[in-house]
Design a protein around this ligand. Structure first.
Ligand code: OXD
Ligand code: MN
Length: 628
Protein backbone atom coordinates (compact mmCIF):
# COMPACT_ATOMS: atom_id res chain seq x y z
CA UNK A 1 0.00 0.00 0.00
CA UNK A 2 1.27 3.44 -0.85
CA UNK A 3 1.41 4.81 2.60
CA UNK A 4 3.59 4.71 5.57
CA UNK A 5 2.03 3.20 8.67
CA UNK A 6 3.69 4.85 11.60
CA UNK A 7 3.83 2.16 14.23
CA UNK A 8 4.68 3.67 17.57
CA UNK A 9 6.00 0.56 19.22
CA UNK A 10 5.11 -2.92 20.20
CA UNK A 11 1.60 -3.36 21.59
CA UNK A 12 0.87 -1.33 24.67
CA UNK A 13 4.24 0.27 24.98
CA UNK A 14 4.70 3.48 23.07
CA UNK A 15 8.33 4.06 23.85
CA UNK A 16 11.32 5.20 21.88
CA UNK A 17 9.63 4.28 18.58
CA UNK A 18 7.20 7.06 19.30
CA UNK A 19 10.03 9.53 18.75
CA UNK A 20 10.66 8.00 15.33
CA UNK A 21 6.95 8.26 14.52
CA UNK A 22 6.89 11.93 15.46
CA UNK A 23 10.14 12.59 13.57
CA UNK A 24 8.83 10.85 10.46
CA UNK A 25 5.64 12.90 10.62
CA UNK A 26 7.70 16.11 10.76
CA UNK A 27 6.20 17.07 14.11
CA UNK A 28 8.82 19.44 15.53
CA UNK A 29 7.09 21.40 18.27
CA UNK A 30 8.66 20.05 21.51
CA UNK A 31 5.59 20.96 23.59
CA UNK A 32 3.29 19.07 21.25
CA UNK A 33 5.64 16.09 21.31
CA UNK A 34 5.68 16.09 25.08
CA UNK A 35 1.90 16.31 25.18
CA UNK A 36 1.53 13.36 22.75
CA UNK A 37 4.00 11.31 24.79
CA UNK A 38 2.15 11.96 28.01
CA UNK A 39 -1.27 11.03 26.68
CA UNK A 40 -0.12 8.03 24.68
CA UNK A 41 1.21 6.66 27.92
CA UNK A 42 -1.86 7.69 29.93
CA UNK A 43 -4.51 6.28 27.57
CA UNK A 44 -2.48 3.15 26.81
CA UNK A 45 -2.88 3.50 23.04
CA UNK A 46 -0.86 0.87 21.22
CA UNK A 47 -0.13 2.94 18.11
CA UNK A 48 0.31 6.62 17.50
CA UNK A 49 -0.23 8.21 14.14
CA UNK A 50 0.15 11.87 13.25
CA UNK A 51 -2.23 12.91 10.51
CA UNK A 52 -2.68 15.74 8.07
CA UNK A 53 -5.20 16.56 5.34
CA UNK A 54 -3.06 14.62 2.84
CA UNK A 55 -3.81 11.41 4.75
CA UNK A 56 -7.51 11.60 3.98
CA UNK A 57 -7.60 9.19 1.03
CA UNK A 58 -5.63 6.58 2.93
CA UNK A 59 -7.74 6.93 6.08
CA UNK A 60 -10.88 6.59 3.95
CA UNK A 61 -9.51 3.38 2.42
CA UNK A 62 -8.67 1.99 5.83
CA UNK A 63 -12.06 2.91 7.26
CA UNK A 64 -13.85 1.31 4.32
CA UNK A 65 -11.75 -1.83 4.67
CA UNK A 66 -12.55 -1.98 8.38
CA UNK A 67 -16.28 -1.48 7.75
CA UNK A 68 -16.33 1.70 9.87
CA UNK A 69 -17.71 3.62 6.91
CA UNK A 70 -19.64 2.46 3.85
CA UNK A 71 -19.51 3.83 0.31
CA UNK A 72 -22.45 6.09 -0.56
CA UNK A 73 -21.68 6.68 -4.24
CA UNK A 74 -18.55 8.07 -5.85
CA UNK A 75 -16.56 10.04 -3.24
CA UNK A 76 -19.36 9.90 -0.64
CA UNK A 77 -19.31 7.94 2.59
CA UNK A 78 -21.67 6.83 5.30
CA UNK A 79 -21.27 5.96 8.98
CA UNK A 80 -23.63 4.90 11.72
CA UNK A 81 -22.96 5.76 15.30
CA UNK A 82 -23.80 3.79 18.40
CA UNK A 83 -27.56 4.20 18.93
CA UNK A 84 -27.25 5.97 22.30
CA UNK A 85 -24.59 8.31 20.99
CA UNK A 86 -26.23 10.57 18.46
CA UNK A 87 -26.26 14.09 19.92
CA UNK A 88 -24.45 16.55 22.15
CA UNK A 89 -25.05 15.95 25.81
CA UNK A 90 -25.55 19.29 27.53
CA UNK A 91 -25.89 17.83 31.03
CA UNK A 92 -22.52 16.08 30.74
CA UNK A 93 -20.75 19.12 29.30
CA UNK A 94 -18.80 21.15 31.81
CA UNK A 95 -16.63 24.25 31.84
CA UNK A 96 -14.05 23.99 34.59
CA UNK A 97 -11.57 26.57 35.85
CA UNK A 98 -9.67 27.31 39.05
CA UNK A 99 -11.76 30.39 39.80
CA UNK A 100 -15.31 29.97 41.23
CA UNK A 101 -16.10 33.49 40.01
CA UNK A 102 -16.19 31.98 36.48
CA UNK A 103 -19.49 30.26 37.33
CA UNK A 104 -22.39 31.50 35.23
CA UNK A 105 -26.00 30.44 34.78
CA UNK A 106 -25.44 28.32 31.69
CA UNK A 107 -21.79 27.26 31.68
CA UNK A 108 -22.23 24.32 34.08
CA UNK A 109 -19.11 25.43 35.93
CA UNK A 110 -17.14 23.04 38.12
CA UNK A 111 -13.77 23.35 39.76
CA UNK A 112 -10.90 22.10 37.61
CA UNK A 113 -9.27 20.62 40.73
CA UNK A 114 -12.23 18.23 40.89
CA UNK A 115 -12.82 17.63 37.21
CA UNK A 116 -9.32 17.02 35.91
CA UNK A 117 -8.51 13.98 38.10
CA UNK A 118 -11.99 12.58 37.55
CA UNK A 119 -11.74 12.56 33.76
CA UNK A 120 -8.09 11.59 33.76
CA UNK A 121 -8.99 8.53 35.78
CA UNK A 122 -11.65 7.51 33.25
CA UNK A 123 -9.17 7.97 30.41
CA UNK A 124 -6.37 5.96 32.00
CA UNK A 125 -5.77 2.90 29.87
CA UNK A 126 -9.07 3.46 28.02
CA UNK A 127 -7.48 3.46 24.53
CA UNK A 128 -5.67 0.17 25.06
CA UNK A 129 -5.28 -1.71 21.79
CA UNK A 130 -6.28 1.32 19.74
CA UNK A 131 -4.48 3.83 17.56
CA UNK A 132 -4.22 7.35 18.91
CA UNK A 133 -4.52 9.80 16.03
CA UNK A 134 -2.67 13.05 16.57
CA UNK A 135 -4.51 15.82 14.75
CA UNK A 136 -2.70 19.19 14.70
CA UNK A 137 -5.14 21.81 13.46
CA UNK A 138 -5.87 25.48 12.98
CA UNK A 139 -9.32 26.94 13.69
CA UNK A 140 -8.86 29.99 11.45
CA UNK A 141 -7.92 30.78 7.89
CA UNK A 142 -4.12 31.04 7.73
CA UNK A 143 -2.75 34.49 8.48
CA UNK A 144 -5.61 35.59 10.71
CA UNK A 145 -4.70 38.03 13.50
CA UNK A 146 -6.58 35.56 15.71
CA UNK A 147 -4.24 32.71 14.77
CA UNK A 148 -2.61 32.72 18.22
CA UNK A 149 -5.93 31.46 19.60
CA UNK A 150 -6.60 29.01 16.79
CA UNK A 151 -3.91 26.36 17.01
CA UNK A 152 -4.74 23.08 18.65
CA UNK A 153 -3.97 19.40 18.73
CA UNK A 154 -6.72 16.83 19.10
CA UNK A 155 -5.75 13.34 20.19
CA UNK A 156 -8.46 10.82 19.36
CA UNK A 157 -8.74 7.06 19.41
CA UNK A 158 -11.48 7.05 16.75
CA UNK A 159 -10.62 7.02 13.04
CA UNK A 160 -14.00 8.40 11.90
CA UNK A 161 -13.46 11.37 14.20
CA UNK A 162 -10.14 11.98 12.44
CA UNK A 163 -11.93 11.93 9.07
CA UNK A 164 -14.43 14.48 10.34
CA UNK A 165 -11.71 16.73 11.72
CA UNK A 166 -9.94 16.74 8.34
CA UNK A 167 -13.17 18.12 6.86
CA UNK A 168 -13.98 20.59 9.64
CA UNK A 169 -10.57 22.14 10.36
CA UNK A 170 -7.30 22.89 8.63
CA UNK A 171 -5.23 19.89 9.63
CA UNK A 172 -1.47 19.19 9.51
CA UNK A 173 1.79 19.54 11.46
CA UNK A 174 2.53 22.85 9.72
CA UNK A 175 -0.14 24.44 11.94
CA UNK A 176 1.80 23.76 15.15
CA UNK A 177 5.45 23.57 14.13
CA UNK A 178 6.15 27.28 13.96
CA UNK A 179 3.95 28.82 16.60
CA UNK A 180 5.14 32.19 17.94
CA UNK A 181 4.76 30.65 21.39
CA UNK A 182 5.25 26.90 20.90
CA UNK A 183 3.48 26.13 24.19
CA UNK A 184 0.35 28.00 23.11
CA UNK A 185 -2.02 25.51 21.53
CA UNK A 186 -5.26 24.00 22.75
CA UNK A 187 -4.74 20.51 24.11
CA UNK A 188 -7.72 18.33 23.28
CA UNK A 189 -7.99 14.69 24.28
CA UNK A 190 -10.84 12.57 23.01
CA UNK A 191 -11.23 9.04 24.32
CA UNK A 192 -14.26 7.16 23.00
CA UNK A 193 -14.67 4.75 25.87
CA UNK A 194 -16.74 1.59 25.90
CA UNK A 195 -19.87 3.10 24.36
CA UNK A 196 -22.09 0.16 25.22
CA UNK A 197 -21.33 0.42 28.92
CA UNK A 198 -21.38 4.12 29.70
CA UNK A 199 -24.94 4.40 31.03
CA UNK A 200 -25.83 7.26 28.67
CA UNK A 201 -28.74 9.25 30.08
CA UNK A 202 -28.97 7.23 33.32
CA UNK A 203 -27.91 8.21 36.85
CA UNK A 204 -24.77 6.10 36.21
CA UNK A 205 -23.77 8.14 33.17
CA UNK A 206 -19.98 7.95 32.87
CA UNK A 207 -19.50 10.49 30.09
CA UNK A 208 -17.68 13.76 30.72
CA UNK A 209 -17.10 16.54 28.23
CA UNK A 210 -14.92 19.01 30.05
CA UNK A 211 -13.26 22.22 28.88
CA UNK A 212 -10.60 23.30 31.38
CA UNK A 213 -10.86 26.78 29.98
CA UNK A 214 -8.13 28.54 31.96
CA UNK A 215 -5.73 25.70 31.12
CA UNK A 216 -6.76 25.64 27.44
CA UNK A 217 -7.30 21.90 27.76
CA UNK A 218 -10.30 19.88 26.58
CA UNK A 219 -10.94 16.37 27.91
CA UNK A 220 -13.88 14.55 26.34
CA UNK A 221 -14.66 10.99 27.37
CA UNK A 222 -17.48 8.73 26.27
CA UNK A 223 -18.78 9.56 22.78
CA UNK A 224 -17.89 9.45 19.12
CA UNK A 225 -20.70 11.79 18.01
CA UNK A 226 -19.31 14.87 16.23
CA UNK A 227 -20.66 17.52 18.60
CA UNK A 228 -18.92 15.77 21.49
CA UNK A 229 -15.89 14.40 19.67
CA UNK A 230 -14.76 17.01 17.11
CA UNK A 231 -12.90 19.04 19.68
CA UNK A 232 -11.69 21.70 17.27
CA UNK A 233 -15.23 22.64 16.37
CA UNK A 234 -17.49 23.21 19.34
CA UNK A 235 -15.23 22.79 22.35
CA UNK A 236 -12.37 24.88 20.95
CA UNK A 237 -14.14 26.97 18.28
CA UNK A 238 -16.86 28.08 20.68
CA UNK A 239 -16.31 27.35 24.39
CA UNK A 240 -12.55 27.73 24.57
CA UNK A 241 -12.43 30.57 22.05
CA UNK A 242 -15.19 32.50 23.84
CA UNK A 243 -13.22 32.18 27.07
CA UNK A 244 -9.96 33.19 25.35
CA UNK A 245 -11.65 36.14 23.68
CA UNK A 246 -12.90 37.36 27.03
CA UNK A 247 -9.68 36.64 28.97
CA UNK A 248 -7.58 38.45 26.36
CA UNK A 249 -10.16 41.18 25.78
CA UNK A 250 -9.49 40.75 22.07
CA UNK A 251 -12.44 39.06 20.39
CA UNK A 252 -15.85 37.38 20.50
CA UNK A 253 -16.47 33.75 19.52
CA UNK A 254 -20.11 33.07 18.73
CA UNK A 255 -22.35 30.38 17.26
CA UNK A 256 -23.02 32.60 14.23
CA UNK A 257 -23.51 32.09 10.52
CA UNK A 258 -21.68 34.47 8.16
CA UNK A 259 -22.76 35.55 4.66
CA UNK A 260 -21.95 38.14 2.01
CA UNK A 261 -24.50 39.95 -0.18
CA UNK A 262 -23.21 41.53 -3.39
CA UNK A 263 -25.07 44.10 -5.44
CA UNK A 264 -23.92 43.16 -8.92
CA UNK A 265 -24.93 46.57 -10.28
CA UNK A 266 -22.62 48.52 -8.02
CA UNK A 267 -20.14 45.78 -7.10
CA UNK A 268 -20.61 46.51 -3.42
CA UNK A 269 -20.60 43.64 -0.92
CA UNK A 270 -22.07 43.69 2.60
CA UNK A 271 -21.49 41.08 5.27
CA UNK A 272 -23.96 39.86 7.85
CA UNK A 273 -23.42 37.46 10.72
CA UNK A 274 -25.87 36.23 13.30
CA UNK A 275 -27.08 33.71 15.81
CA UNK A 276 -30.12 31.44 15.75
CA UNK A 277 -31.07 28.79 18.30
CA UNK A 278 -31.19 25.21 16.98
CA UNK A 279 -33.94 24.45 14.49
CA UNK A 280 -34.37 28.10 13.52
CA UNK A 281 -32.96 27.72 10.01
CA UNK A 282 -29.41 29.03 10.47
CA UNK A 283 -27.77 26.66 7.96
CA UNK A 284 -30.50 27.27 5.39
CA UNK A 285 -30.09 31.03 5.77
CA UNK A 286 -26.32 30.82 5.55
CA UNK A 287 -26.54 28.82 2.31
CA UNK A 288 -29.40 30.86 0.84
CA UNK A 289 -29.54 31.88 -2.81
CA UNK A 290 -31.16 35.10 -4.02
CA UNK A 291 -34.79 34.63 -5.13
CA UNK A 292 -35.10 34.31 -8.93
CA UNK A 293 -36.65 37.75 -9.25
CA UNK A 294 -33.65 39.38 -7.51
CA UNK A 295 -30.97 37.02 -8.81
CA UNK A 296 -29.89 39.28 -11.66
CA UNK A 297 -29.03 41.99 -9.20
CA UNK A 298 -27.87 40.25 -6.01
CA UNK A 299 -25.56 37.38 -5.22
CA UNK A 300 -25.41 35.76 -1.79
CA UNK A 301 -22.13 34.14 -0.83
CA UNK A 302 -21.46 31.68 1.93
CA UNK A 303 -18.71 32.02 4.53
CA UNK A 304 -19.94 29.80 7.33
CA UNK A 305 -23.00 28.33 8.97
CA UNK A 306 -22.02 27.84 12.59
CA UNK A 307 -19.16 29.84 14.11
CA UNK A 308 -17.79 33.35 13.74
CA UNK A 309 -14.97 35.06 15.63
CA UNK A 310 -15.27 38.86 15.69
CA UNK A 311 -12.65 41.51 16.45
CA UNK A 312 -12.07 45.19 15.81
CA UNK A 313 -9.36 46.01 13.31
CA UNK A 314 -7.20 48.80 14.73
CA UNK A 315 -6.45 50.12 11.21
CA UNK A 316 -9.96 51.01 10.09
CA UNK A 317 -11.98 50.54 13.30
CA UNK A 318 -14.36 48.05 11.67
CA UNK A 319 -15.57 44.76 13.09
CA UNK A 320 -14.10 41.86 11.13
CA UNK A 321 -15.35 38.28 11.24
CA UNK A 322 -13.79 34.98 10.29
CA UNK A 323 -15.34 31.56 10.13
CA UNK A 324 -12.74 29.52 12.01
CA UNK A 325 -14.02 26.26 10.53
CA UNK A 326 -13.09 24.60 7.28
CA UNK A 327 -16.29 22.64 6.82
CA UNK A 328 -19.98 22.23 7.48
CA UNK A 329 -21.40 19.74 9.97
CA UNK A 330 -25.00 20.17 8.87
CA UNK A 331 -28.29 18.62 9.94
CA UNK A 332 -29.61 16.47 7.10
CA UNK A 333 -33.28 16.44 8.11
CA UNK A 334 -35.49 18.52 5.80
CA UNK A 335 -32.63 19.43 3.48
CA UNK A 336 -33.93 19.36 -0.09
CA UNK A 337 -33.99 21.29 -3.39
CA UNK A 338 -36.38 23.90 -1.98
CA UNK A 339 -35.06 24.41 1.56
CA UNK A 340 -31.37 24.28 0.74
CA UNK A 341 -30.22 23.39 -2.79
CA UNK A 342 -26.75 24.67 -1.94
CA UNK A 343 -26.39 22.07 0.80
CA UNK A 344 -27.32 19.34 -1.67
CA UNK A 345 -24.65 20.67 -4.04
CA UNK A 346 -22.11 20.53 -1.25
CA UNK A 347 -22.71 16.81 -0.68
CA UNK A 348 -22.79 15.77 -4.34
CA UNK A 349 -20.73 13.05 -5.97
CA UNK A 350 -17.00 13.51 -5.49
CA UNK A 351 -17.18 15.87 -2.52
CA UNK A 352 -15.80 13.40 0.03
CA UNK A 353 -18.87 14.05 2.20
CA UNK A 354 -19.45 11.87 5.24
CA UNK A 355 -23.06 11.19 6.14
CA UNK A 356 -23.89 10.05 9.65
CA UNK A 357 -27.05 8.27 10.80
CA UNK A 358 -29.14 8.90 7.68
CA UNK A 359 -30.90 5.95 6.02
CA UNK A 360 -28.69 3.89 3.67
CA UNK A 361 -29.40 1.60 0.78
CA UNK A 362 -26.90 -1.24 0.75
CA UNK A 363 -27.78 -2.20 -2.82
CA UNK A 364 -27.74 1.18 -4.54
CA UNK A 365 -25.51 2.94 -1.94
CA UNK A 366 -27.96 5.79 -1.91
CA UNK A 367 -28.82 7.79 1.22
CA UNK A 368 -32.13 9.30 2.33
CA UNK A 369 -33.45 11.32 5.24
CA UNK A 370 -36.85 12.71 6.27
CA UNK A 371 -37.67 15.74 4.16
CA UNK A 372 -35.17 14.80 1.40
CA UNK A 373 -38.24 14.00 -0.74
CA UNK A 374 -41.89 14.31 0.34
CA UNK A 375 -42.23 10.54 0.59
CA UNK A 376 -39.62 7.91 1.38
CA UNK A 377 -38.39 5.77 -1.54
CA UNK A 378 -41.22 3.52 -2.71
CA UNK A 379 -38.96 0.54 -3.43
CA UNK A 380 -37.84 -0.62 0.00
CA UNK A 381 -35.25 -3.03 -1.41
CA UNK A 382 -31.87 -2.57 0.30
CA UNK A 383 -32.92 0.29 2.57
CA UNK A 384 -31.78 0.23 6.18
CA UNK A 385 -32.69 2.80 8.80
CA UNK A 386 -30.08 4.71 10.82
CA UNK A 387 -29.83 1.86 13.32
CA UNK A 388 -29.01 -0.59 10.53
CA UNK A 389 -32.37 -2.32 10.54
CA UNK A 390 -33.88 -3.30 7.17
CA UNK A 391 -36.92 -1.12 6.50
CA UNK A 392 -38.62 -4.08 4.81
CA UNK A 393 -38.41 -6.01 8.07
CA UNK A 394 -40.01 -3.36 10.22
CA UNK A 395 -43.16 -4.39 12.00
CA UNK A 396 -45.76 -3.02 14.39
CA UNK A 397 -44.79 0.31 15.94
CA UNK A 398 -41.58 0.50 13.95
CA UNK A 399 -43.37 1.04 10.66
CA UNK A 400 -44.05 4.75 11.09
CA UNK A 401 -40.70 5.60 12.66
CA UNK A 402 -38.22 7.90 10.91
CA UNK A 403 -35.69 6.21 8.65
CA UNK A 404 -32.97 8.70 9.54
CA UNK A 405 -32.11 9.96 13.01
CA UNK A 406 -33.50 13.51 13.43
CA UNK A 407 -29.94 14.66 14.21
CA UNK A 408 -28.39 12.85 11.25
CA UNK A 409 -25.63 14.89 9.65
CA UNK A 410 -23.52 15.61 6.60
CA UNK A 411 -19.91 16.68 6.97
CA UNK A 412 -18.35 18.42 4.00
CA UNK A 413 -15.59 20.97 3.43
CA UNK A 414 -16.37 24.64 2.76
CA UNK A 415 -14.78 24.42 -0.68
CA UNK A 416 -17.64 22.08 -1.72
CA UNK A 417 -20.34 24.69 -1.07
CA UNK A 418 -21.39 25.96 -4.52
CA UNK A 419 -21.72 29.61 -3.46
CA UNK A 420 -18.67 29.72 -1.21
CA UNK A 421 -17.30 33.28 -1.10
CA UNK A 422 -14.23 33.90 -3.23
CA UNK A 423 -12.38 35.35 -0.21
CA UNK A 424 -13.43 32.76 2.40
CA UNK A 425 -9.81 31.98 3.14
CA UNK A 426 -8.88 35.58 3.89
CA UNK A 427 -7.12 35.70 7.24
CA UNK A 428 -8.23 39.27 7.76
CA UNK A 429 -11.85 38.17 7.58
CA UNK A 430 -14.68 40.35 6.30
CA UNK A 431 -16.07 43.65 7.65
CA UNK A 432 -19.44 43.21 9.34
CA UNK A 433 -22.33 45.52 8.42
CA UNK A 434 -25.08 43.83 10.41
CA UNK A 435 -25.53 41.39 13.27
CA UNK A 436 -28.84 39.56 13.35
CA UNK A 437 -30.58 37.31 15.84
CA UNK A 438 -33.53 35.13 15.03
CA UNK A 439 -35.67 32.62 16.76
CA UNK A 440 -38.64 30.53 15.81
CA UNK A 441 -41.68 32.39 17.07
CA UNK A 442 -45.23 31.83 15.91
CA UNK A 443 -46.50 35.24 17.03
CA UNK A 444 -45.19 38.55 18.42
CA UNK A 445 -41.87 38.77 16.58
CA UNK A 446 -42.24 40.72 13.31
CA UNK A 447 -40.42 39.73 10.12
CA UNK A 448 -37.57 42.06 11.01
CA UNK A 449 -36.94 44.83 13.51
CA UNK A 450 -33.72 46.80 13.51
CA UNK A 451 -31.85 48.36 16.42
CA UNK A 452 -29.28 51.09 15.95
CA UNK A 453 -28.35 51.28 19.63
CA UNK A 454 -25.56 48.90 20.68
CA UNK A 455 -26.98 48.13 24.15
CA UNK A 456 -30.40 47.38 22.64
CA UNK A 457 -28.76 45.06 20.12
CA UNK A 458 -26.83 43.20 22.82
CA UNK A 459 -29.97 43.10 24.98
CA UNK A 460 -31.82 41.54 22.07
CA UNK A 461 -29.13 38.87 21.69
CA UNK A 462 -29.20 38.09 25.40
CA UNK A 463 -32.97 37.59 25.33
CA UNK A 464 -32.90 35.40 22.22
CA UNK A 465 -34.86 32.18 22.44
CA UNK A 466 -36.76 29.56 20.60
CA UNK A 467 -40.36 28.77 21.25
CA UNK A 468 -40.84 25.73 23.41
CA UNK A 469 -42.57 22.99 21.50
CA UNK A 470 -45.73 21.76 23.18
CA UNK A 471 -45.72 19.84 26.46
CA UNK A 472 -42.32 18.26 26.79
CA UNK A 473 -40.02 21.23 26.54
CA UNK A 474 -41.89 23.94 28.39
CA UNK A 475 -44.83 26.24 28.54
CA UNK A 476 -46.62 26.96 25.30
CA UNK A 477 -45.70 30.33 23.84
CA UNK A 478 -42.87 30.89 26.31
CA UNK A 479 -39.35 30.98 25.00
CA UNK A 480 -36.56 28.67 25.93
CA UNK A 481 -33.97 31.38 26.24
CA UNK A 482 -30.73 30.85 24.41
CA UNK A 483 -28.62 33.99 24.88
CA UNK A 484 -26.83 34.84 21.62
CA UNK A 485 -27.60 31.18 20.63
CA UNK A 486 -24.71 30.31 22.96
CA UNK A 487 -26.57 28.62 25.80
CA UNK A 488 -24.86 25.22 25.29
CA UNK A 489 -21.48 26.86 24.65
CA UNK A 490 -21.30 29.55 27.32
CA UNK A 491 -17.94 29.42 29.03
CA UNK A 492 -17.95 32.49 31.27
CA UNK A 493 -20.64 34.34 33.23
CA UNK A 494 -23.42 36.10 31.35
CA UNK A 495 -22.92 39.50 33.01
CA UNK A 496 -19.27 39.53 31.93
CA UNK A 497 -20.36 38.24 28.54
CA UNK A 498 -22.64 41.24 27.99
CA UNK A 499 -19.95 43.62 29.17
CA UNK A 500 -17.40 42.05 26.82
CA UNK A 501 -19.82 42.44 23.90
CA UNK A 502 -20.42 46.11 24.72
CA UNK A 503 -16.67 46.66 24.91
CA UNK A 504 -15.68 44.85 21.69
CA UNK A 505 -18.45 46.20 19.45
CA UNK A 506 -18.39 49.56 21.23
CA UNK A 507 -14.72 49.96 20.26
CA UNK A 508 -15.65 49.95 16.57
CA UNK A 509 -15.57 53.29 14.78
CA UNK A 510 -18.25 51.94 12.45
CA UNK A 511 -20.69 49.86 14.48
CA UNK A 512 -22.79 47.22 12.75
CA UNK A 513 -26.55 47.60 12.80
CA UNK A 514 -28.47 44.96 14.80
CA UNK A 515 -31.71 43.26 13.87
CA UNK A 516 -34.03 40.54 15.05
CA UNK A 517 -35.62 38.39 12.35
CA UNK A 518 -38.40 35.83 12.45
CA UNK A 519 -39.34 33.71 9.44
CA UNK A 520 -41.83 31.60 11.36
CA UNK A 521 -44.86 33.72 12.21
CA UNK A 522 -48.09 31.80 11.71
CA UNK A 523 -51.71 32.61 11.12
CA UNK A 524 -53.49 31.95 14.44
CA UNK A 525 -56.54 30.51 12.66
CA UNK A 526 -55.22 28.06 10.10
CA UNK A 527 -51.55 27.88 11.16
CA UNK A 528 -50.04 28.73 7.76
CA UNK A 529 -46.69 30.48 7.74
CA UNK A 530 -47.19 34.18 6.98
CA UNK A 531 -43.81 34.58 5.30
CA UNK A 532 -42.59 32.28 2.48
CA UNK A 533 -39.08 32.11 3.98
CA UNK A 534 -35.98 30.51 2.44
CA UNK A 535 -34.75 32.56 -0.53
CA UNK A 536 -37.24 35.34 0.21
CA UNK A 537 -35.39 35.97 3.46
CA UNK A 538 -32.96 38.04 1.42
CA UNK A 539 -35.62 40.77 1.10
CA UNK A 540 -35.74 41.92 4.74
CA UNK A 541 -31.94 41.68 4.89
CA UNK A 542 -31.61 44.02 1.91
CA UNK A 543 -33.93 46.44 3.69
CA UNK A 544 -31.71 46.27 6.79
CA UNK A 545 -28.62 47.19 4.77
CA UNK A 546 -30.50 50.08 3.14
CA UNK A 547 -31.56 51.25 6.59
CA UNK A 548 -27.94 51.21 7.73
CA UNK A 549 -26.98 53.24 4.67
CA UNK A 550 -29.78 55.76 5.30
CA UNK A 551 -31.65 54.88 2.10
CA UNK A 552 -34.85 53.93 3.93
CA UNK A 553 -36.19 55.07 7.29
CA UNK A 554 -38.66 52.39 8.35
CA UNK A 555 -41.11 52.91 11.17
CA UNK A 556 -39.97 53.28 14.77
CA UNK A 557 -41.75 50.97 17.22
CA UNK A 558 -41.07 50.28 20.91
CA UNK A 559 -39.02 47.21 19.94
CA UNK A 560 -37.08 48.66 17.04
CA UNK A 561 -37.48 49.93 13.49
CA UNK A 562 -39.66 47.85 11.17
CA UNK A 563 -39.93 48.27 7.39
CA UNK A 564 -42.90 49.93 5.78
CA UNK A 565 -44.53 47.73 3.15
CA UNK A 566 -43.28 49.99 0.34
CA UNK A 567 -39.69 49.78 1.51
CA UNK A 568 -39.43 46.01 1.07
CA UNK A 569 -38.52 44.83 -2.41
CA UNK A 570 -41.29 42.29 -2.95
CA UNK A 571 -40.99 41.78 -6.71
CA UNK A 572 -41.86 38.15 -7.40
CA UNK A 573 -42.62 37.39 -3.75
CA UNK A 574 -45.73 35.37 -3.01
CA UNK A 575 -46.56 36.93 0.36
CA UNK A 576 -50.27 37.85 0.79
CA UNK A 577 -50.96 41.54 1.52
CA UNK A 578 -52.92 40.74 4.69
CA UNK A 579 -50.09 38.53 5.92
CA UNK A 580 -47.56 41.24 5.19
CA UNK A 581 -49.46 43.74 7.32
CA UNK A 582 -49.36 41.27 10.19
CA UNK A 583 -45.66 40.53 9.66
CA UNK A 584 -44.81 44.20 10.04
CA UNK A 585 -47.00 44.99 13.04
CA UNK A 586 -46.25 44.95 16.76
CA UNK A 587 -48.63 43.36 19.24
CA UNK A 588 -47.82 45.49 22.32
CA UNK A 589 -49.98 43.45 24.68
CA UNK A 590 -48.27 40.20 23.70
CA UNK A 591 -44.88 41.90 23.97
CA UNK A 592 -45.61 43.08 27.50
CA UNK A 593 -46.08 39.45 28.59
CA UNK A 594 -42.70 38.63 27.10
CA UNK A 595 -41.06 41.54 28.94
CA UNK A 596 -41.96 39.98 32.29
CA UNK A 597 -40.23 36.73 31.29
CA UNK A 598 -37.20 38.67 30.11
CA UNK A 599 -36.94 40.42 33.43
CA UNK A 600 -36.74 37.04 35.19
CA UNK A 601 -34.09 35.86 32.76
CA UNK A 602 -31.88 38.92 33.14
CA UNK A 603 -32.24 38.96 36.93
CA UNK A 604 -30.33 35.66 37.03
CA UNK A 605 -27.25 37.21 35.42
CA UNK A 606 -24.94 38.64 38.07
CA UNK A 607 -23.18 41.85 37.19
CA UNK A 608 -25.24 42.57 34.10
CA UNK A 609 -24.11 46.00 32.85
CA UNK A 610 -26.41 48.94 33.64
CA UNK A 611 -26.62 49.70 29.93
CA UNK A 612 -28.42 46.37 29.35
CA UNK A 613 -30.89 46.99 32.18
CA UNK A 614 -31.45 50.51 30.82
CA UNK A 615 -32.20 49.07 27.36
CA UNK A 616 -34.68 46.63 28.91
CA UNK A 617 -36.42 49.42 30.83
CA UNK A 618 -36.55 51.66 27.75
CA UNK A 619 -38.25 48.97 25.67
CA UNK A 620 -40.64 48.13 28.53
CA UNK A 621 -41.59 51.80 29.04
CA UNK A 622 -42.15 52.31 25.31
CA UNK A 623 -44.43 49.26 25.20
CA UNK A 624 -46.34 50.47 28.26
CA UNK A 625 -46.82 53.87 26.63
CA UNK A 626 -48.08 52.25 23.43
CA UNK A 627 -50.49 49.98 25.29
CA UNK A 628 -52.05 52.89 27.19
C1 OXD B 1 -24.55 22.16 17.17
C2 OXD B 1 -23.78 21.92 15.95
O1 OXD B 1 -24.79 21.19 17.89
O2 OXD B 1 -23.37 22.89 15.32
O3 OXD B 1 -24.93 23.30 17.39
O4 OXD B 1 -23.56 20.76 15.60
MN1 MN C 1 -24.06 24.79 15.99
Amino acid sequence: MAYDVKVASAEGNPGSDLETTLDDAGLKNPFVREYVRRWAEHTGASRVEVIGAADDARLIRESLAAGEILPAGEGRYYARSYAKDTARSEERTIVATANPADKGVYNNWHSSATMRPLVEKLMRGASAGKTMYVIPYLMAPAGSPLEPYAAGVELTDHRTVALHMIRMARVGVEHVNNLADPDKFVRGVHVTGDLENLGQGTPEDKRYFVTLADERTILHFGSSYGGNALLGKIAHGLRQAAYDGWASGEFLAEQFMLIGITDKQTGRTWHICGGFPSASGKTNLAMMLAPDSLGDRYHVSFYGDDIAWLRVDPEDGKIYAINPENGVFGVAKDTNEVTNPTALGSVAVGTGVLFTNVAYNEQTRDVWWEGRTPEPPADLGGWRDWTGKLISERSGDEVGKPWAHPNSRFTTTLANVPNIAADYESGQGVPIDAIIFGGRTRDREPLIRAMTDLAEGVYDGLTLGAEATFAAEGVDGQLRYDPMSMRPFMSYPEGAYAEHWLRIIGAAADEPIFAHVNWFQRDPDDGHFLWPGYRDNLRPLLWLLQLKDGEVRGRQTPVGIVPTQEELDLAGCGVRPEDLAKLLSIDAARWRQEMAHREELLAQFDGLPDAIWAAHRRVAAALDAEAE
